[in-house]
Design a protein around this ligand. Structure first.
Ligand code: ADP
Ligand code: MG
Length: 258
């Protein structure tokens, strides 16, 4: 087995700009990414630098304009949509900032959903144990609109705790939460890693990013720095340095054009 769970090579993503047929927004400007099995990596950077685009392209929710992605030794960018959906159901879990849940399903049924999609149903005991771990036993029968934003987020976490996907992609999972609730979410993501899941978390928050083992810093569609987690100040400094470096590069480009 490859030591890497996720490999993205020379990934680009250009969004068309209406009225400009030739130019576009280069949201990903040639990105390489390698995530070892059972690693917890944060991708941090200023708003608009391309973090969500990267996550969506790696996870197969969006198609990169160029480059390729391999997950668990499968070239996912070469899969047909139906096979890609099957692969995601079998191996991948998601936690987003909001809109994590199927609105017509109870908390319990949302947690049970990945098992149903994989045709390997989770036991009622496993589902309830996951809800208990996130402190939501009493709300198991609630529909998403009967839960607070923080509770909905915890259901999404219970879902990945129960279904134990091989890879979890989380996009700003703490952004809508208060500090304590955010800290819990980060603890659970770290716990997933300890149980063998590969976790990629996108965040603009240096303190949240510092909770990961590995931190990648993004600026203007590129990964420009990598550092170990642990020190929120070091992550903040790396993000600020990346922005300053990006501005200097942009100014040099402008200068060259003049
Ligand atoms: P981040 O998650 O880091 O805040 P995004 O990946 O959402 O950044 O966006 C990166 C860049 O791509 C931004 O300039 C954004 O405006 C642009 N962008 C994102 N999604 C689209 C889209 N669907 N169409 C056009 N431009 C987009
Ligand atoms: Mg984003």
């Amino acid at each position: 087995m490859n030591a890497l769970a996720v490999i993205a090579s020379s990934m680009t993503r250009t969004y068309p700009v209406p009225g400009h047929r030739r130019s576009g927004v280069n949201a990903l400007d040639v990105v390489d990414l390698a995530l070892p099995h059972a690693s917890f990596t944060a991708l941090v950077g200023a708003s608009g630098c391309g973090k969500s685009t990267l996550l969506q392209c790696v996870a197969g929710l969006d198609r990169p304009t160029g480059g390729s992605v391999r997950i668990l030794d499968v070239e996912t960018t070469a899969l047909r949509p139906r096979d890609a959906a099957r692969f995601r159901a079998d191996h991948i879990g998601f936690v987003f900032q909001e809109d994590n849940l199927v609105t017509a399903l109870s908390a319990r049924d949302n947690v049970a959903l990945p098992g149903r999609l994989r045709r390997r149903p989770l036991s009622r005991g496993d589902v309830d144990a996951a809800l208990e771990r996130v402190g939501l036993s009493a709300q198991a029968r609630h529909l998403p609109h009967q839960l607070s934003g923080g509770e909905r987020q915890r259901v999404a976490i219970a879902r990945v705790l129960a279904s134990r996907p091989d890879v979890v992609f989380a996009d700003e999972p703490t952004a809508a939460l208060d500090v304590a609730a955010g800290a819990d979410v980060l603890d659970w993501l770290a716990q997933l890693r300890r149980n063998g899941t590969t976790v990629l978390m996108v965040t603009h928050d240096a303190a949240a990013a510092a909770r990961a083992r590995n931190v990648l810093v993004m600026d203007a569609g590129r990964i420009v720095a990598a550092l170990p987690g642990g020190d929120p100040d070091a992550v903040s400094r790396a993000v600020l340095a990346a922005r300053a470096g990006g501005r200097a590069r942009a100014e040099r480009r402008q200068g060259a054009l003049r």
